[in-house]
Design a protein around this ligand. Structure first.
Ligand code: PLP
Length: 401
């Protein structure tokens, strides 16, 4: 009989080669456990998903209760389902007046697709604007606004009439015109290596979109749900987008995405044509129940209020270390930039030897990501920092000429 590792290599479609696959058999809080009984510290949260930690009892209970009541009933939007409508109301209660209509989908990519379609319908225009080094998902629309030629090129032709701007370049905003249907932006760029907007940049973007009638879409799929020290990253600015995309942590560990806009905008998917966006599983009741529980865990335990202090605990210790060039931080989302790429290559190996789950960014080869569950304790942060220090020390020694 083949082992699970062998089955993984033989039968799974994979996006990259995994040389030594690890089988995880359990997860709790900030820890993952493998089949040999080893404990791993998760400093990535499944890429900003497990904001309330793994296997949170309240999320598990919500999933259990809802699965017993009903799971999938019918394609999206045909029946009133309490978990969906209650979650839509809860999200609306956390958002400004103009973001009151929630369209639930299955993933981040689908939220982006829905948002692009909505923007084209509302504006009646075709041009789509994105940003260099942005990541929005693997589907064709999201890929069309991905800010990296290498990842895009093999899949052309993509959507026509797209334009890519440089993030934080105010002058480039002039390229947004009356032809532009929408501007899709991460208010804090994630895969670029945690790039914060310059003061006034998002405000200038909002003004330019208002002037030209282009819809402003914020992709908060990675940064939303408390990760940056606010429930939504746009709250760090005075800007409210026309469409907000959420996913990842939204589902509390279950697959759930949403694009959110005004009721008036959203009605454009209901008429001419009817069925403007269709999804079978979007807003799955079990995922919505998990989401509701996760939001209450975040609010009740004041995880947002504490995220910035915890993020600074990491940043203040790590910035002092030899080999660290810069740290960019927003709440518990940190990009730790090292002095060169080869050191980053070696430290990644050290992290795995020390069973620390740390990840790189797609478009920033010298930076690694720290984004643990928001439930991480001060003690767990101190322990993680000690291990990162050890890894960096070893990596520097191994890269010495
Ligand atoms: N947008 C951002 C900023 C992301 O980081 C991701 C995924 O990493 C996506 C969109 C796509 O989400 P999904 O993988 O759920 O399709």
């Amino acid at each position: 009989m083949l082992s699970n590792r062998q089955l993984f290599s033989r039968y799974m479609g994979l996006p990259s080669v995994v040389n030594e696959p690890v089988e995880i058999v359990g997860a709790k809080g900030i820890h993952l456990y493998d089949d040999a009984g080893n404990e791993y510290i998760d400093l990535v949260s499944g890429v900003s998903v497990s904001n309330v930690g793994h296997a949170h009892t309240e999320v598990i209970e919500a999933v259990r209760k809802q699965s017993e009541q009903y799971m999938h009933l019918m394609v999206y939007g045909k029946f009133v389902q309490a978990p969906q409508v209650m979650l839509a109301e809860r999200l609306a209660s956390l958002l400004p007046e103009k973001l009151r209509s929630v369209y639930f989908v299955n993933s981040g990519s689908e939220a982006i697709e829905g948002a692009i379609k909505l923007a084209r319908r509302v504006s009646g225009r075709t041009e789509l604007i994105g940003f260099q080094n942005a990541y929005h998902g693997g589907s064709m629309g999201a890929l069309s606004l991905l800010g990296n030629e290498h990842l895009k090129n093999a899949f052309r032709p993509l959507l026509p009439d797209t334009r890519m701007l440089q993030f934080n370049n105010i002058k480039a905003l002039e390229q947004i015109t009356e032809r532009t249907a929408c501007v899709l932006i991460e208010p804090i760029q994630a895969e670029a290596g945690i790039i914060l907007p310059a003061p006034g940049y998002l405000e200038a973007l909002r003004v330019r979109c208002n002037e030209t009638g282009a819809l402003l879409i914020f992709d908060e799929i990675q940064m939303g749900m408390g990760r940056t020290g606010k429930m939504f990253a746009f709250e760090h600015s005075s800007v409210v987008p026309d469409i907000l995309c959420l996913a990842k942590a939204l589902g509390g560990g279950m697959p759930l995405g949403a694009f959110i806009s005004s009721a008036e905008n959203m009605s454009r998917l209901t008429y001419e044509p009817e069925l403007g966006h269709i999804t079978t599983f979007g807003g799955h009741p079990v995922c919505c129940a998990a989401s509701m529980a996760a939001i209450e865990v975040i609010v009740k335990n004041k995880l947002i209020e504490d995220a910035d202090r915890k993020g600074k605990m990491f940043a203040e210790e790590l910035i002092q270390l030899n080999g660290v060039k810069e740290i960019r931080q927003a709440g518990l989302m940190l990009g730790v930039e090292l002095i060169d790429e080869s050191l980053t290559d070696v430290i990644m190996h050290e992290f795995s030897l020390n069973r620390l789950i740390v990840d790189r960014f797609l478009f920033n080869p010298t930076t690694f990501r720290i984004a643990p569950p928001l439930t991480i304790t001060d003690h767990e942060i101190s322990k993680s920092v000690q291990l990162i220090k050890k890894c960096l020390f070893n990596a520097i020694n191994k890269t010495k000429p």
